[in-house]
Design a protein around this ligand. Structure first.
Ligand code: 13P
Length: 338
C-alpha cells in the first residue's frame, strides 16, 4: 500500500467546495429509480444514463469523486473511453462500491448484516487495475422496537473494519458507511443515541483492525428524527445534534465526513449540510456523498429521452453547485431557482 497516495486521495475527495456523487446503485436499485420515471432498466439504458452524468460539462467544478457500480467501471463511453478514464479527464476521482448488499442477520430476525468479504481481496486488486482510487461499503442499522441490538452493531462494525483494512492493503481509500436509517417514528434524540453507539463501535473496530484513519473517510447519516416522527426538527437542530454526535465519536485524524442523503429531499440534504458548515470549523471537513439528493432532479429531467440530455446535465450541474455552496456554508434557498 502507498499510504501517502491514499492520504492525498482522501484529502482530494474532501476538497473545499466539492463532494462526491454516489452513482453506485446496484442493478435492482437502479431499476427502481428508472421505474419511477418510466424507463426500462437494461445494460444499454444504464450505460446511457451514467454516460450522461459523467460527460456533464464542468462535472469537476463541484464534484471531487464519483462512486461507481461493478457494471459501470467495466463500461466505456460512446467514443470508447473507459468510464474511469472519462472521470479522470473531468478532474474527478473514480471510486467503487464493493459490498455485496445486506443479508438477514442470523438469530436477529429484524436486522441485517452486509455481505461481501469473501473474495474481496481479489476484487479490490481488480478494481485498482480498472482505475478505482477509493471504495465504499455500506452497513445498515435500523431503529425500531428492540433494535438495533448490540450484536447487530458489532457484526456490522467488524465487517466494515475488515473491509477497510483490505481496501487500504489494495491502495484504495475506504469510505466507511454505517447508515442509521431514517425509517420509523423515532425521535431526533433516539437517532443521536443510536448513531453515537454505532460510531463508537465502528471506530473501536477500525482501530482493532489497524485501519489508518488519515486515509479513511466516514460516510455517516445526518442525525434526524424518523420520517414518521410527529416532532420534526429544524435544520439548526439537526446540525447541532449531528455535529455533537460526530465530535463525541469521530477521531480528528479522519480527514472528512461525507454525509449520505438517505431519503431526505434534495433541498433538505443541501440546507442541512449548509447549516452544519455555518457552525464554523470542525476537526474534519463536512462534505457530501449524495445519491438520491443529487440524481433525483437529473432523473426527472432526463426521463429516458436522449433529447433531454442537456437539461438533465444542467440539473446535475446546478444541484452539485448548490451542494458546493453548502460545503462553504453559503447556500441560500433563493439559489434553488437560479
Ligand atoms: P443516498 O444519498 O441516496 O442515501 O445514497 C448514498 C449512498 O451511496 C448510499 O450507500
Amino acid at each position: 500500500m502507498d499510504l501517502d497516495a491514499m492520504v492525498l486521495t482522501a484529502h482530494v475527495l474532501v476538497t473545499s467546495g466539492k463532494g462526491i456523487l454516489a452513482a453506485d446503485e446496484s442493478t435492482p436499485t437502479i431499476a427502481k429509480r428508472f421505474a419511477g420515471i418510466g424507463v426500462e432498466s437494461t445494460e444499454a439504458s444504464r450505460r446511457a444514463y451514467r454516460e450522461l452524468l459523467f460527460t456533464t460539462p464542468g462535472l469537476g467544478d463541484h464534484l471531487s469523486g464519483v462512486i461507481l457500480f461493478d457494471e459501470t467501471i467495466r463500461q466505456s463511453a460512446d467514443d470508447g473511453t473507459p468510464i474511469a478514464e472519462l472521470l479522470l479527464r473531468q478532474g474527478v476521482v473514480p471510486g467503487i462500491k464493493v459490498d455485496g448488499g445486506t443479508k438477514p442477520l442470523a438469530g436477529f430476525p429484524a436486522e441485517v448484516v452486509t455481505a461481501g468479504l469473501d473474495g474481496l481481496r481479489g476484487r479490490l486488486a481488480d478494481y485498482a487495475t480498472l482505475g478505482a482510487r477509493f471504495a465504499k461499503w455500506r452497513a445498515v442499522i435500523r431503529i425500531g422496537s428492540g433494535v438495533p441490538t448490540g450484536a447487530c452493531i458489532e457484526a456490522n462494525a467488524h465487517v466494515l473494519a475488515r473491509y477497510a483494512a483490505l481496501a487500504q492493503e489494495a491502495g484504495l481509500v475506504p469510505i466507511v458507511e454505517p447508515e442509521v436509517l431514517m425509517d420509523g417514528d423515532h425521535t431526533l434524540a433516539r437517532c443521536a443515541e443510536v448513531t453515537e453507539v454505532t460510531l463508537r463501535e465502528v471506530f473501536a473496530q477500525l482501530a482493532r483492525q489497524h485501519v489508518v484513519l488519515e486515509a479513511t473517510l466516514l460516510k455517516p447519516n445526518m442525525v434526524l428524527p424518523g420520517e414518521g416522527c410527529p416532532d420534526q426538527a429544524t435544520d439548526d437542530e439537526i446540525a447541532v445534534a449531528t455535529i455533537d454526535t460526530m465530535r463525541r465519536t469521530v477521531p480528528a485524524a479522519v480527514p472528512g465526513l461525507v454525509f449520505l442523503s438517505g431519503g431526505q429531499t434534495d433541498q433538505q440534504a443541501t440546507s442541512r449540510l449548509d447549516a452544519m458548515n455555518r457552525r464554523g470549523p470542525q476537526p474534519w471537513e463536512l462534505s457530501f456523498s449524495f445519491g438520491r439528493a443529487l440524481q433525483g432532479p437529473v432523473l426527472r429531467a432526463w426521463g429516458g429521452d436522449p433529447g433531454h440530455r442537456t437539461t438533465a446535465q444542467d440539473a446535475l450541474r446546478h444541484r452539485a453547485a448548490l451542494n458546493g455552496a453548502a460545503r462553504r456554508g453559503t447556500y441560500e434557498a433563493s439559489m434553488e431557482g437560479a
